[in-house]
Write a protein that binds this ligand. Structure first.
Ligand code: NAI
Length: 423
């Protein structure tokens, strides 16, 4: 191992907030290596709206290396990392419209400036930028070639726009690809949400009761991993099939009203609003910890929490404590925003997971911009070939190989009569 320079000067990598992450994002690096010379995105302007931290920084660099001019905003001011903003700002071909902790007015103005710069493609997180473009910049929408959306909630919004007939361009539903949600939602959210709960509170999940609201991709990742850490898990659901799935996998099923009474931790990840609300708060024990791992800041009813409390304190960085009149204390992490992204110790998903998600975002942009640029507006499933190609690329970076079906196996799969059956 090399010792630090004696004069105290820093290596390039010590000055570069993206350097560490590049080592753990081999798919993006391989895309940059492949497209760095041919620059297939030359002449295209791509807007990226996502929680702006190091992994997003590597995606942005990769798009730029493939030739795109990149316009950058965040998903929200508190998940925007100042050092990443500085590092990207120094690179040619990248324009920043966001700063850490900026005011709501400055944030809005930044988004308007970005859309006025007339992007050809929008890579979005939660459909915020796409919705804003449609609501406020119809003339910009008319010339946008397409978009990609990485979240469950964003795709729901896009589908609503499509069914109302207002969606103006084609958008790939990146979230719905296996390569995205199997890894990002399940493992990324599962691991990073629990890690941040642990780091922020310095408490032990083992032996405690963890209530997870929602047993979709994120919720099942959180519940399974919490159980793996020794917690007793309770799942709340509104979908009977998901509830049965959670039950069959060994979690207890309760309504939130009942679960709230026994919870040590409550972690909603549903995409819905006010999943934890005043009536549940009234049932909770002293010291319960609430952490949102779902949608923006809406899953926990923050107004209900404020109304229930007679005073609010901050016992620890990243923890807001609501003191109820009867002496019980309810602890809210990351101000009710996404615990894995917006708390003081939050680093978001592990880099390897975001490498996969962002590789899917990259190929979404590459496919729509270099293919048929006149597709009809709509929400499109990403073609399976793109998903498989990213999976193969990832296996390649891991130096793992898999079998190829033989001709006879291919033939067998395509033969519905199965003439060789001996029965
Ligand atoms: P999903 O659609 O697979 O699962 C959501 C589940 O919540 C469904 O099973 C649904 O029946 C259930 N649900 C809905 N309303 C409920 C309620 N009131 N009470 C209990 N359960 C309820 O969605 P997925 O992929 O699990 O995403 C969930 C949320 O997490 C979305 O908002 C998504 O955008 C967000 N997300 C957050 C991430 C993070 O970094 N924290 C990463 C990826 C997604």
């Amino acid at each position: 191992m090399r010792a630090p320079a004696e004069d105290g000067s820093m290596d390039a990598e010590e000055n570069d907030p993206l350097a560490w992450t590049r080592d753990y994002t081999p798919i993006l690096r391989s895309l940059a290596a492949e497209y760095g010379d041919s620059r297939p995105l030359d002449g295209d302007t791509i807007a990226v709206a996502s929680h702006l931290e190091a992994k997003t920084g590597v995606l942005i660099e990769t798009l730029r290396e493939a030739g795109a001019h990149v316009l950058v905003t965040g998903s929200e001011p508190y998940s925007t990392k100042a050092d990443v903003v500085r590092a990207l700002d120094e690179q040619d071909g990248i324009e920043l419209f966001v700063e850490h902790g900026m005011s709501e007015e400055a944030w809005e103005a930044g988004q308007h400036d970005l859309l006025e710069a007339e992007p050809d493609f929008l890579l979005d997180d939660g459909c915020e930028l796409i919705a804003k473009a449609h609501a406020e910049y119809p003339e910009v929408c008319e010339r946008i070639v397409g978009g990609g959306e990485q979240t469950t909630a964003g795709i729901t919004r896009l589908e609503a726009m499509e069914s109302e007939g207002v969606l103006e361009f084609p958008v790939y539903g990146v979230n719905d690809t296996p390569m995205k949600h199997f890894f990002d939602n399940v493992h990324g959210t599962g691991e990073s949400a629990l890690m941040n709960v642990g780091i922020t509170t310095n408490t032990m999940l083992s032996g405690k009761t963890v209530v997870v609201a929602g047993y979709g991709y994120c919720g099942r990742g959180i519940a399974r991993k919490a159980r793996g850490m020794g917690a007793q898990t309770v799942v709340t659901e509104v979908d009977p099939r998901k509830a049965l799935e959670a039950h069959t996998e060994g979690h207890r099923i309760m309504e939130m009203g009942e679960a709230a009474e026994i919870a040590d931790y409550v972690i909603p990840s549903t995409g819905s609003r006010e999943v934890v609300r005043r009536e549940h708060i009234e049932a909770m024990a002293d010291g319960v910890i609430l952490a949102n791992a779902g949608h923006f800041d809406v899953e926990i009813d923050l107004d209900g929490l404020s109304d229930a409390a007679e005073r609010v304190t901050q016992p620890r960085e990243g923890v807001t404590r609501y003191h109820l009149p009867d002496g019980r204390r309810i602890n809210l992490l990351a101000r009710g925003r996404l615990v894995n992204l917006t708390g003081p110790y939050s680093n978001g998903h592990p880099a390897e997971v975001m490498d996969t998600t962002f590789a899917m975002m990259f190929v979404a942009a590459h496919d729509l911009l270099t293919g048929d640029r006149d597709r009809a507006p709509g929400v499109y499933a990403m073609p399976d070939r793109l998903d498989r190609a990213v999976a193969e690329r990832k296996l390649g970076t891991l130096d793992l190989s898999i079998d190829t079906p033989t001709d006879s196996q291919r033939e067998y799969a395509g033969d519905w009569e199965h003439a060789d059956s001996s029965f």
